[in-house]
Design a protein. Structure first.
Length: 725
């Protein structure tokens, strides 16, 4: 008996056919996610993807076209040492953080020892910086963020140093993340932006000693931004700079914050005791330093008693912000007692101003608070743990943690003396930006163009600054002529009034933006340029750390153009960016090793391939050739120690040192030692003359004929030693 299907009077709808686009109907959650993704992509548009695609192409295309830079060779050698020891032993005299070396170690572990693997982490970080620029859209607007991102994607400097394995790109990433977090905390105060700010600070500390410059500029930019709001209120001034009854003085602060203020003052006394009491034994001095540091920083995070009232919660938040600012600038004052000139003057001037501003400047709140104490504790704990983890050599070298402050003695000496890298104060603008970074140069000109506004106070300050600068500069010129000052017109101190006057005018012009975010970015960028200009030690790759805020000002300039002139402005911006792209292509793919280019700095010449290519070709044919004997008889041989790191029997001899047995499978000899070495060679060799980089003597390469004869067919050995003769 055949079973019959059940009979029903209900009408059952047919199964949806996948051929009609309903395949996702069986998976409503997947369908919703797909629809949401499609909506977000439609809302985003194609422009960000095109910008990121262009950034990816320019940074990855022909990545190995140029040989490793001198610094890349040193960084690669540090990674080899890390691999051998199992951890990075932080050296304060190197004063570059350990994060970069661990990232290179990860890349080389995954992809092997090659130029491509050495540069890959920085290339990826450089692309992330372009993506992060787009994330400033909620604060500066879509058009501004996209123009800035495009300018960064094609910038000659950002592309050039985004293809180098150096620390500076990491500093760009983390400083951008830090500023993005500050702006986000000011506007929305969510935990996500708190993490951005906290990880940005931790990342800067892990990257390079110059993080103190960026933190100082960020703090000063906030004060200047507030002062500018008193002259010209911004469109969103109610967000964090409006007046409030809390500006009556320090008494509410001291009443509510008695415990942390007391701890901070006691810790400050400990610090001064350790610094200025020479009779204190070194063992006790270390304890005093330790407790002073604990007290100074713990005062920031002590939980306070909440005072509720009509506006109790706002009062506590305002007081918390004030005390945090006061503590920070108190640290600046104390740091001023230990720093050399001119940094001590800056810290001792800025510190008291900041402390007084924290107590007396009227404010309702600095940041919106939409996170709780657990979020803050998590951010602080993770940031602290990450810093300790890397500086302690993954907990194997705890003395490396002391390098966090020990590095500054070497850094300040290097920054003041220059050590061969000293440049004039106008180097960043006149030498680099004028030659390469035209969008950024226009970005600097935009604040100056805004100075002649309808605001009478701004016009008066502008004229006063110009006249004051001219009077001081003329007076200084007279003093130099009468020999009343210990320097001449060729000294950077002579041009200090001009530089200071320009910085003040640029800050005044940046204060004319109607958006707090743009105003803050402009002032922060000007402060970074001014601070880096003070330092005598200048290397061109630092330009990218001070350039990125100015790109937002360049993008914002487009919105300042009246609507009837927008077509002409669009054409001008497009032409400027296209010219920047052409200059970037010319620099990065045609003249990337030409030392007449200011960006090409201590770059290894292509001549080095004459020496390394035969060795690497022979090793690739037979890995046993990695055990050939070799001698590098010259000084400052980097990047060869990293390039030849897999050759196990290579010796390096500087000054008057010489190997016990001079003959080897390959040699590289400095020019002034050629006659000495050739007088002791016994075998027959192919030879090549080469120069590793600028400011170096030439070298001569020797390849043993019996080993390298297959690589030099139809060629007679150029050198015959005593034995062969």
């Amino acid at each position: 008996m055949n079973p019959q299907p059940p009979v029903t009077n209900m009408r059952i709808a047919g199964r949806t056919s996948s051929g009609e686009g309903g395949a996702l109907a069986d998976f409503p959650m997947l369908r919703d996610q797909f629809e949401g993704l499609r909506a977000r992509l439609a809302d985003t548009g194609w422009a960000p993807w095109l910008i990121l695609g262009l950034a990816v192409f320019l940074r990855f295309f022909l990545l190995g076209i140029k040989p490793p830079h001198f610094d890349e060779g040193i960084n690669g050698w540090f990674v080899d040492v890390l691999t051998k020891n199992g951890f990075y032993r932080y050296d304060p005299t190197n004063y570059h953080g350990p994060l970069h070396f661990y990232m290179l170690f990860l890349s080389e572990t995954l992809f092997g020892r090659s130029v491509w693997a050495l540069r890959l982490p920085v290339v990826l970080v450089s692309i992330v910086c372009v993506w992060l620029t787009l994330k400033f859209e909620p604060f500066v607007g879509r058009t501004t963020s996209r123009i800035a991102a495009l300018a960064m994607a094609i910038s000659p400097g950002f592309v050039f140093y985004g293809r180098y394995s150096i620390h500076e790109v990491w500093m760009v990433l983390f400083s951008m993340l830090f500023i993005l977090g500050l702006l986000g905390l000011w506007k929305s105060g969510t935990a996500n932006y708190l993490w951005c700010a906290g990880m940005g600070v931790a990342g800067m500390i892990l990257t390079k000693e110059t993080y103190v410059i960026h933190l100082g500029c960020a703090a000063l930019a906030g004060l200047v931004c507030y002062a500018s709001n008193l002259l010209m209120p911004t469109e969103d001034s109610q967000g964090g700079f409006s007046r409030s009854a809390l500006g009556k003085g320090p008494r509410p602060v001291l009443q509510e914050w008695q415990l942390p203020v007391g701890i901070h003052l006691v810790a400050s006394a400990f610090l001064m005791t350790a610094a200025f009491l020479p009779s204190l034994a070194s063992r006790w001095r270390d304890y005093v330093w330790f407790f002073a540091a604990i007290g100074l920083f713990s005062a920031f995070f002590i939980p306070m008693k909440l005072a509720y009232g009509k506006s109790g919660e706002q009062i506590v938040r305002g007081i918390s912000a004030r005390c945090t600012i006061a503590f920070f600038f108190s640290l600046c004052i104390q740091a001023g007692f230990f720093l050399p000139w001119p940094w001590n003057a800056w810290f001792l001037i800025v510190g008291p101003i900041g402390v007084m501003s924290a107590f007396f400047v009227p404010m309702r709140r600095l940041f919106v608070v939409n996170y709780d104490r657990i979020d803050l504790a998590m951010v602080v704990s993770v940031a602290t743990l990450v810093i300790l983890f890397f500086y302690s050599g993954t907990f194997f070298h705890w003395s490396g943690v002391k390098g966090l402050y020990q590095a500054y003695s070497a850094w300040f000496a290097t920054g003041h003396e220059g050590h061969g890298h000293e440049k004039p104060w106008y180097y960043w603008v006149a030498t680099l930006m004028v030659r390469y970074e035209w969008p950024a140069l226009v970005g600097l000109a935009i604040p100056l163009a805004q100075l002649w506004t309808r605001n009478a106070v701004v016009r008066w300050l502008t004229l006063t600054t110009i006249l004051g600068t001219l009077v001081i500069q003329l007076s200084l010129w007279i003093f130099v002529g009468l020999h009343l000052v210990p320097f001449g017109t060729d000294s950077e101190y002579f041009w200090l009034p001009i530089g200071a006057g320009l910085a003040i005018l640029l800050c005044l012009g940046s204060g004319c933006f109607r958006s707090v975010s743009l105003r803050y970015l402009g002032i922060y960028g000007v402060g970074a340029i001014a601070a880096y200009s003070i330092v005598h030690y200048k290397t061109p790759w630092c330009i990218i750390s001070i350039l990125w805020p100015v790109l937002f000002i360049f993008g914002a300039g487009f919105s300042l153009i009246p609507a009837k002139y927008r077509p002409q402005a669009t054409a001008a911006v497009a032409a400027l960016l296209f010219a920047s792209l052409l200059w970037s292509v010319r620099l990065n793919y045609c003249r990337c090793t030409t030392d007449t280019e200011p960006y090409v700095y201590v770059q290894t010449y292509n001549d080095i391939f004459k020496f390394t290519d035969p060795l690497l070709k022979l090793a690739r044919r037979n890995p046993a050739n990695y055990h050939l004997t070799g001698s590098i008889i010259r000084g400052s041989s980097y990047p060869l120690p990293w390039i030849l790191g897999d050759f196990s029997h290579t010796g390096y001899y500087e000054h008057d040192a010489i190997p016990a047995k001079v003959d080897a499978d390959f040699l590289l000899v400095q020019e002034d030692r050629i006659s000495e070495i050739e007088g002791k060679l016994q075998d027959t060799y192919f030879t090549e003359t080469l120069r590793i980089r600028s400011y170096q003597d030439s070298s001569k390469a020797y390849f043993r004929a019996s080993v390298f004869k297959d690589l030099f067919p139809n060629r007679t050995p150029e050198f015959k030693g005593k034995k062969s003769g």
